[in-house]
Ligand binder design. Sequence first.
Ligand code: CA
Length: 225
Amino acid sequence: MSERILIIEDNLAMQSFLTTLLKNYGYEVICFEQGLQALQYLTEQSVDLILLDLGLTDIDGQQVLVNLRRWSELPVIIISARFSDDEKVQALDNGANDYVTKPFSAAELMARVRVALRQNTAIQVNNFDLGRIKVDPVARLVYCAGDEVHLTKIEYNILLLLIKNQDKVLTHNQILESVWGKNYIDRPEYVRVHVGQLRQKLEQNPAAPQYIKTEPGVGYRLVFE
Ligand code: CA
């Protein structure tokens, strides 16, 4: 059975482009121009992924996301042209899984779609083998290129959080809240310092990291290919 992708997009040319693209890849596609119609549909029907435009004609895409997250963990990829870093951060903090900025290539979008669908079907943390980096969560041991690496508790917790959210962008505040606690939000410098240390210990070239990538103005993404 093919996976179902819901598109919420008021630009009909973009809607049609996305529909054709996704159908070519074998996905079933449902389209809505307005946020409220789509939310209504989602209370009645199941889908596997949502592609959401932010600039809609009835309610703002961010509002669709906030509303949806009250009752659903469905993966959401934001598709928008008008993305400032603040809006990206807001969308991620509101619970978006990822974002793609217009104009984007078909290949880029399809890669994000596959990752989001995979996260939906397999939210589990069995894969601690990132090639160069290996983590034994039971013993709390980390190995890099075969050698045991000593990480501080904070560094270890950041690494584990990034691994659990592999391929997904985490905002500074999401990392702060998860690793330090709610009282530490809006202290992105904490994250920067500790991610810098993690890179020194784990990356072959900390200045050009292969695993822990910076999303400028937004946060970090652990990439493993
Ligand atoms: Ca729009």
